[in-house]
Design a protein around this ligand. Structure first.
Ligand SMILES: [Zn+2]
Length: 287
């Protein structure tokens, strides 16, 4: 059964480790991540962007697929199904469809409007038992063009949003989505420290986990990050493994064209990457 991310993240924050949010794109992705979580006895958060939800034929399809796998694969570790960077409408749809966690990304609204909409969602999520992530200070990325430094959130705005009763808070600390440019200046630990001082027990979320050096990840966890989002990195290893298979001509040998064979190296690559991240984040054996 799906669970909210609230308890797993409170435990992570108290225990000084982080739970990975791994974004899913299809059945292979979902199965690879769930099996890896179970094998490593780790809690896990499955992230679904609005685009990926649409691609997978809608949120209800995703909920059906994930719930089916939890049962059929005997997954007993805590699993949250989480909307990533949701719009207000997207949040409403996922609440209705049976997600156990949502992120409302109101970072592009003026802070007053972000506060008002977040407040409404806090109420709804509390009634229905979902966990809610809010974002302060936009997290940069490819769609905004090439940038050397991601934005940094205002710690006082973080405190204002945290006080509304959200369960986890994403704040820009120089992190960005997608691959990091060569001239990236690194995470702003001063910003993270200032946010954590003001928000206390609130689990903090680090977006854009792909390509942040391991030592920076560890320091971020020490400073209160309890959830780390991984998306691009799984896509890269999946593509690389699939490329190798095709370039080796394996799809032309025997029944190598069978999708169950063709997609297997990519799925294995995702499993290896997820395991590596769970070890780095310290969530192994924390289920
Ligand atoms: Zn993000």
């Amino acid at each position: 059964m799906l669970v909210s991310a609230k308890e797993m993240l409170q435990k992570a924050k108290a225990g000084h480790y982080a739970v990975g949010q791994f974004n899913i794109n299809n059945l292979e992705w979902t199965k690879a991540i769930l099996l890896t979580a179970q094998e490593n006895n780790s809690p896990v958060i499955l992230g679904v962007s609005e685009g990926a939800g649409k691609y997978m034929a809608g949120y209800k399809t995703v909920v059906g697929m994930v719930n089916g796998m939890l049962e059929e694969l005997n997954i007993t570790v805590p699993v949250a199904l989480h909307l990533d960077h949701g719009s207000y409408d997207g949040c409403m749809k996922c609440i209705e469809a049976g997600f156990s966690s949502i992120m409302f990304d109101g970072s592009h609204y003026p802070i007053e409007e972000n506060v008002a909409k977040t407040k409404e969602l806090v109420q709804i999520c509390a009634e229905k038992g979902l966990s809610l992530e809010a974002e302060v200070g936009a997290i940069g990325g490819e769609e905004d063009g090439v940038i050397g430094k991601g934005e940094c959130a205002d710690p006082n705005e973080c405190k204002a949003i945290a006080d509304l009763g959200v369960d986890m808070l994403a704040a820009g600390i120089g992190n960005i989505h997608g691959k990091y440019p060569a001239n990236w200046e690194g995470l702003s630990f001063e910003t993270l420290d200032a946010i954590q001082q003001l928000t206390g027990e609130m689990p903090l979320v680090l977006h854009g986990g792909t390509g942040i050096p391991d030592d920076m990840i560890k320091k971020a966890i020490d400073l209160g990050v309890a959830k780390i989002n991984v998306n691009t990195e799984c896509q890269l290893v999946f593509a690389e493994a699939t490329r190798e298979y095709i370039e080796a001509g394996k799809d032309l040998q025997g029944k190598g064209f069978d999708p169950r064979k063709l997609l297997a190296p990519g799925a294995e690559a995702i499993k290896a990457k997820v395991k590596e991240k769970m070890e780095l984040f310290g969530s192994v054996n924390k289920a």
